[in-house]
Design a protein. Structure first.
Length: 258
């Protein structure tokens, strides 16, 4: 396995990422990982680098990176800005000569899955999309509010500038602009795999069913029995991703439970 760290300049700040290659003897399909909303690091959690390594050992080239406002990358947490980050990452990856450009897939989790759906709807370079734990739309739950979301992300350091966001209303409107339910149909004719846990308390499984209903073929829905929100830690999810990305087509049935 070969790894290469990158630092990309996007809109005046740095995005930190890493490319994993099985070897240099052939051009492999490439997976670009899109993480979810920022969270404080947890002891013993290998994070997305660990997931990237697992996928790479299964025969995939993998690129992971931190969106703005996350990890070692600069900037402030901003979902509309995340779409521009991902487009910049795709520009960077497209300039490489180390992978099969006909098989460039986006694998996103939670908010990162929403961003992957939005960008894939606009960018024909993306050949496949895997959306794990994706919300159908961004909307505070009962008893919650957009202000509470902003306060939370400020408390955990995802807003690095004191004057960001300029207003809660604008930040919320930018989130709503990328609601996956409004863009998922445009992923077609690229294959789409939706994976969700039926015990997800952050994003209830009904979101997955709504997205699947709105999406156009080719599409597949996999419900992970007993799984919660953080699907990247579930080996069943990793196996489903590897199996699906390694195949030439979506195998029936189009829906199922693991």
């Amino acid at each position: 396995m070969i790894t290469d760290t990158s630092i990309l300049q996007i809109e005046g700040f740095s995005l930190v990422g890493q490319l994993f290659l099985p070897d240099l003897d052939r051009k492999y399909p490439l997976v670009c990982l899109c993480h979810g909303a920022p969270n404080p690091p947890q002891p013993g959690d290998g994070g997305y680098p660990e997931l990237a390594e697992k996928l790479c050992r299964s025969g995939l080239a993998v690129y992971w990176f931190n969106f703005r406002g996350s990890g070692d990358s600069g900037g402030n947490y901003d979902l509309l800005g995340w779409t521009r980050d991902l487009q910049g990452v795709l520009d960077y990856l497209w300039g490489l000569d180390s992978f099969d450009k006909s098989r460039l897939s986006l694998v996103g989790f939670s908010a990162g899955a929403a961003v992957a759906i939005y960008v894939a709807s606009l960018d024909a370079r993306v050949s496949r999309v895997v959306a794990c734990s994706s919300p159908a739309e961004f909307k505070p739950s009962v008893g919650d509010s957009w202000q509470a979301w902003v306060d939370h992300f400020r408390d955990i350091g995802a807003f690095r500038d004191d004057d960001f966001p300029p207003s809660v209303e604008q930040w919320a409107a930018d989130c709503k602009r990328i609601d996956p339910i409004n863009h998922i149909a445009a992923v077609s004719p690229r294959p789409l795999l939706i994976i969700h846990g039926n015990m997800d308390s952050n994003v209830p499984v009904e979101h997955a069913h709504r997205l699947y209903e709105k999406a156009l073929p080719p599409k597949k829905l996999v419900i992970i029995d007993g799984a919660g929100h953080r699907l990247r830690r579930d080996q069943r999810v990793i196996d489903a991703i590897v199996s699906w990305l390694g195949s030439g087509s979506i195998d029936p049935p189009s829906t199922g439970k693991l």
